[in-house]
Design a protein around this ligand. Structure first.
Ligand code: LLP
Length: 459
């Protein structure tokens, strides 16, 4: 992985040329020489909402949804569907946006499902994932009539069949298959290989076995197969290979069992630009390339073109987000490192602590000043690993400055915690110069909401 500081210098916006050199197109510099997102001056946003603050550019989220939807419509002649993988960022407002853009959603828990339901999301566009769906979650999903259960294992399959039977329903299911593909990504987010807790493997025959077994059950109907080979992937190759392997599997299912698989879900995992050296493929060109493989293999094997589903999460919301922090202590340890501590950290963005994920940052109040210092941006948690960015080149920083960490729209708010009893920051949606709160800032009372002091401790 390339250290962030090697790339940081390339970041300055070239105002003279009018070119935006930031990692995200959501970010600009305005006439006051302040950072601007979705037409909103970040200095003003901080005055209004405080820090830490998650900011999400609605226009860019919608644009990303449209890129995917248009490409799917174009390359599969309307016989395809894009699901937003809502684990990347789940809130009632995002489900509204995604619904308006004509996408479906992937949910992985009762909580995500319930949030979507309460937001009025059409349940016939909901795919329910997860490697250990609980009985209560299965009941909820059946009661709400989700479109698809993506079944992970035998235990779950039997549970769905039994509970559907009890409810007098038939569940439409697909299977999460491990196609055995190495997606060249970080080990922690690579999920297509056999040594993964997700799904059933192709190579040991388990995948075919579960499909044969399911076809004999009364209360489920086998509709599709699914794979997801990993996340933050830049190469096209693994996606093409996954499509090929899955279609060959569909053909084999037909040969050996006579079952015609109607739907192929190719998952998500498309990489985004966190730092300038990241070079993601254009999402529409990815869809085009994969569609060629899909159509080619179908022709070769003489199988019907299945309904194609894709599930991008990160690439829809990550670049649209930024997190604004106020700088507190600046600690220069001579000949060692300078720590710049901010008023958030791993509780609102645990991704460096978990995966050493690189990020870029800008000073909100002087985004184009010369980058004279190399500093490490640390959080405020009682934990040495509470780092947001290690060794990044930035202009001289002092207490009170505002820093924006960029491309935090995915897997930040959704992975946040109350570690150290730190209340979660609010989320603000910005668009064409207007800002609206979509998630309120937690306060100390929110932290106490579920706490109970048993009577006998209260003596
Ligand atoms: N579909 C399935 C079945 C998935 O498991 C995932 C992500 C996605 C779609 C969406 O993948 P995306 O397009 O967002 O890469 N917390 C990690 C990412 C974990 C992703 C898990 N599954 C991170 O912060 O990088």
């Amino acid at each position: 992985m390339t250290p962030a500081f090697l790339n940081a210098n390339i970041l300055v916006t070239n105002i003279m040329d009018g070119e935006n050199m930031f990692v995200s197109e959501a970010i600009n510099i305005n006439k006051l020489n302040h950072l601007e997102i979705g037409g909103c001056d970040c200095v003003e946003l901080v005055k209004e909402y405080g820090t830490p603050l998650y900011v999400m550019d609605e226009g860019l989220i919608r644009k990303n949804c449209r890129i995917y939807k248009n490409a799917m419509d174009k390359h599969y002649n309307g016989s395809g569907m894009v699901l937003y993988a809502s684990k990347a960022f789940s809130s009632m407002a995002i489900y509204k946006i995604v619904e308006q853009e004509g996408l479906g959603i992937d949910v992985v828990s009762g909580g995500e499902l319930y949030t979507a339901y309460k937001a009025g999301f059409p349940m016939d566009r909901v795919y329910f994932h997860g490697n250990n769906k609980t009985i209560d979650e299965i009941k909820l999903a059946l009661d709400k009539n989700v479109k698809r259960f993506v079944v992970d294992n035998f235990e779950e399959l039997n549970n769905i069949d039994r509970i559907a039977g009890e409810k007098g329903k038939k569940a439409n299911i697909s299977f999460r298959i491990k196609p055995g593909i190495d997606a060249h990504t970080h080990d922690f987010v690579q999920t297509g290989q056999i040594d993964s807790k997700f799904g059933v493997a192709l190579e040991n025959g388990e995948a075919l076995e579960i499909i044969k077994y399911a076809s004999k059950l009364k209360n489920v109907s086998v509709v599709g197969v699914h794979c997801h080979i990993g996340s933050q992937i830049f190469d096209l190759g693994p996606f093409e290979l996954a499509a090929k392997v899955m279609l060959e599997f569909i053909s084999r299912i037909k040969e050996e069992t006579g079952i015609e698989i109607e739907e192929l879900n190719l998952g998500g995992g498309f990489g985004i630009k966190y730092i300038p050296s990241h070079d993601p493929i254009e999402y529409d060109s990815y869809i085009e390339s994969v569609s060629k493989v899909v159509k080619g293999v179908c022709k070769e094997k003489g199988i019907k073109l299945p309904f194609i589903v894709m599930e991008p999460g990160r690439s829809i919301v990550a670049s649209a987000g930024a997190t604004l922090y106020t700088v507190g202590a600046v600690k220069e340890i001579k000949n060692v490192r300078t720590y710049v501590s901010v008023d958030g950290g791993m509780a609102d963005n645990p991704r460096y602590a978990l995966y050493e994920s690189p990020y870029d940052a800008v000073l909100v109040n002087k985004p184009d000043a010369d980058k004279t210092d190399v500093v490490t941006i640390a959080g405020k948690c009682c934990e040495s690993g509470d780092i947001l960015i290690k060794d990044i080149a930035l202009p001289a920083i002092k207490a009170g400055d505002i820093i924006a960490v960029l491309a935090t729209g995915a897997y930040n708010y959704s992975m946040s915690s109350n570690y150290n009893r730190i209340p979660r920051p609010p989320v603000v949606l910005v668009n064409e110069g207007k800002s609206r709160l979509i998630v309120k800032r937690e306060d100390y009372e929110d932290l106490l909401r579920n706490d109970i002091i048993p009577e006998d401790l209260n003596k």
